[in-house]
Design a protein around this ligand. Structure first.
Ligand code: BGC
Length: 267
């Protein structure tokens, strides 16, 4: 059995677990802590450092994967939509490695979710083009073609229907903020997915994020050519994907190998 630790940093919570990366099963309880107010790098790193020992006994050389809500290129965070602007241009992977005293793999959160859903979840063995979106604090997206992830798609920030940044009106957080009914929110989602369909013609949409547990409430408002289904791992998809990518990278034995894997996101 190959195990790895997955950490998912979000706009509201930081979650982690030990994962069996052969099957995608969680081997520990999922530990969750609130994201510190302001979301600065120092504060978030501190939370991650304190969270790992709480996951239970894992050998010190267990690979660690961390996913984060920003564009991540070569270990550097290049954007910061729902966290402190201090992340922009920061060598985040290095920062975590220093604090944790070990190599890690650092990737975008939606890419991690897309990776796990295509490896073990709702899009397993799916040929053609899959678009996974996560509906949470923001809207995350992952593009997977024939099982290969194309990293750092930022489809949550499309300008649409008079809005400059559509995640601000169509994320789950936006629904809660505005007190929208499922129907009103569903109608916004329909506009969003129809637009993605016009741009990409995917063969399958997968919808992740915590809200996928309320699937039956909003699915009925979506009418698309492609099938649209909930993610198998819902809110755990990021943890699983980060862990699986870290284990995969550790298997390549070299740091360059690990980078290469994440940069190309080879399935
Ligand atoms: C960020 C993405 C992230 C998504 C979900 C967006 O605001 O730009 O990088 O994947 O939120 O967390």
């Amino acid at each position: 059995m190959t195990t790895a630790i997955g950490i998912d940093i979000g706009g509201t919570g930081i979650k982690g677990a030990i994962v069996n990366v052969d099957t995608g099963d969680l081997l520990s309880d999922r530990v969750k802590k609130p994201t510190p107010k302001g979301g600065t790098p120092e504060d978030i790193v501190d939370v991650v450092v304190s969270l790992i020992p709480q996951l239970g006994d894992a050998p010190a050389d267990t690979p660690v994967g961390v996913c984060f809500p920003a564009v991540v290129q070569h270990g550097t965070t290049m954007s910061a939509a729902n966290v402190s602007k201090k992340w922009v241009g920061l060598q985040a992977e290095q920062l975590f490695e220093k604090a944790l005293g070990r190599d890690i793999v650092f990737v975008n959160d939606a890419d991690a979710a897309g990776y796990s859903e295509s490896q073990f979840g709702a899009a397993k063995d799916e040929r053609g083009l899959v678009i996974l979106t996560t509906l949470g604090t923001g809207i995350g997206s992952a593009i997977i073609y024939n099982g290969v992830l194309v990293p750092n798609a930022e489809l949550g920030h499309l300008a649409l229907d008079g809005h400059e940044d559509y995640e601000k009106v169509a994320s789950y957080a936006a629904m809660e903020r505005e007190g929208l009914s499922w129907k009103d929110w569903g109608e916004r989602l329909q506009k969003y997915y129809a637009h993605l369909e016009m741009l990409f013609s995917p063969d399958l949409f997968v919808v992740g994020g915590g809200v996928s547990k309320h699937w039956d409430e909003f699915f009925k408002y979506l009418d698309l050519r492609a099938p649209i289904i909930p993610a198998k791992f819902r809110n755990n998809a990021g943890i699983l994907g980060a862990a699986a990518l870290a284990a995969h990278a550790a298997g390549t034995r070299t740091r360059e190998g690990a980078r290469d894997l994440v940069d190309k996101a080879t399935a």
